[in-house]
Design a protein around this ligand. Structure first.
Ligand code: ADP
Ligand code: MG
Length: 325
């Protein structure tokens, strides 16, 4: 049973999901964040993510980079909802109380917390194999959140930036991608993308009222776009040549490998979102105002057998990372 079937079977029952709640959640299980009643004008967006040593990061990873990555990854779920960060809690499991490690970890954490104006308001500290769970709280105007469920046939599919960088970084760290001395800049760039994935917060907020659906790409484009398809009851067609990848990678890895990283490599934390045709001009305006760019990679089509179909490239047999398969 993969993790999604597991959640569906054991945790999505209304008897559990709604039990004891004073009032029903505005949005419960199934999106990047839950939405809860907050103020008369806003909803609270809540999400928790766990990183476990040797599963989500290699053993001996630098503590400051780890902290940065953990908070960026959690905040990325707020970006996917178009929410603005407010607070977070940290549940930290440590094999030992190593002060040198903790000093570096807390410095990394503080840098990201400050940068995104997101304050640590609680947590838990326990002994055990190195792992951390960060729960983030953000806010968005009522009715303004970006959901996975609003995509419709004819909408264009976009991604916010290059795909496959984190998979390439992991291949580099695991010795599956070799870079000569001349590839030093690329190495630095890839490691930066892996340890400091940039949560697309400004874009997420700018997409309120523009995007019909959105998700952050944590498990690979195929898998995460598949979640939009499932939640929206439509299918997707992707154009292989339109997928943005980092140009310098093409000097060191073949096209097919890079395509498979782009489609099924996790940990990129770019946004994938859909936009109705009549809102494309508005999208252009919002994107220009942010001095950023987005990439159109396909369109939503009527429901088919495969949730996501790849056009114009050899279909690689790939899926996003699943914990229990
Ligand atoms: P993301 O990749 O955006 O963090 P996930 O794929 O981890 O989201 O989770 C999918 C959905 O299932 C989310 O809405 C999440 O809150 C919910 N979920 C995951 N695990 C559990 C669990 N153990 N109990 C209840 N809900 C869960
Ligand atoms: Mg997510």
């Amino acid at each position: 049973m993969d993790e999604f079937k597991l959640i569906q079977r054991y945790f999505s029952d209304p008897g559990t999901a709604g039990h004891g709640a004073k009032q029903a959640a505005v949005l419960g299980i199934g999106d990047d964040c839950a939405l809860l009643s907050h103020s008369s004008k806003t909803h609270l967006a809540v999400s928790v993510d766990t990183l476990v040593e040797s599963v989500h990061f290699p053993q001996g990873a630098p503590a400051d980079l780890l902290a940065q990555r953990a908070l960026c990854v959690s905040i990325s779920d707020l970006a996917a909802m178009g929410a603005k960060p407010l607070y977070f809690t940290l549940a930290l499991t440590l094999p030992e109380s190593n002060e040198a490690w903790l000093a570096v970890f807390s410095r990394g954490l503080a840098a990201v917390a400050k940068r995104f104006d997101c304050s640590l308001v609680g947590g838990d500290t326990t002994r055990g194999p190195l792992a951390m769970s960060l729960q983030v709280f953000g806010e968005c105007p009522q009715g303004g959140a970006l959901l996975r469920s609003g995509a419709a046939v004819g909408d264009s599919i976009y991604v916010s930036g290059p795909l496959g960088d984190s998979a390439a970084a992991l291949a580099l760290m695991q010795g599956r991608l070799g870079l000569p001395e001349a590839g030093h800049d690329l190495r630095q760039y890839l490691e930066g993308r892996y340890y400091c994935p940039e949560p697309q917060l400004a874009l997420g907020m700018a997409l309120r009222g523009v995007a019909s659906a959105a998700i952050d790409i944590s498990d690979g484009l195929m898998a995460d776009l598949g979640h939009i398809c499932k939640a929206s009851g439509v299918s997707a067609q992707l154009h292989g040549e339109a997928l943005p990848t980092t140009a310098a990678l093409h000097n060191y890895a073949d096209k097919k490998t890079i395509l498979s990283w782009a489609l099924s490599g996790g940990d990129d934390y770019q946004l994938c979102f859909t936009v109705p045709q009549h809102k494309k001009n508005l999208l252009d305006e919002r994107v220009q105002a942010l001095s950023t760019s987005v990439h159109c990679v396909g369109e939503m089509v009527p429901l088919q057998d495969a949730p996501v179909q790849l056009l114009g490239a050899e279909q690689p047999a790939l899926e996003g990372y699943k914990h229990f398969e």
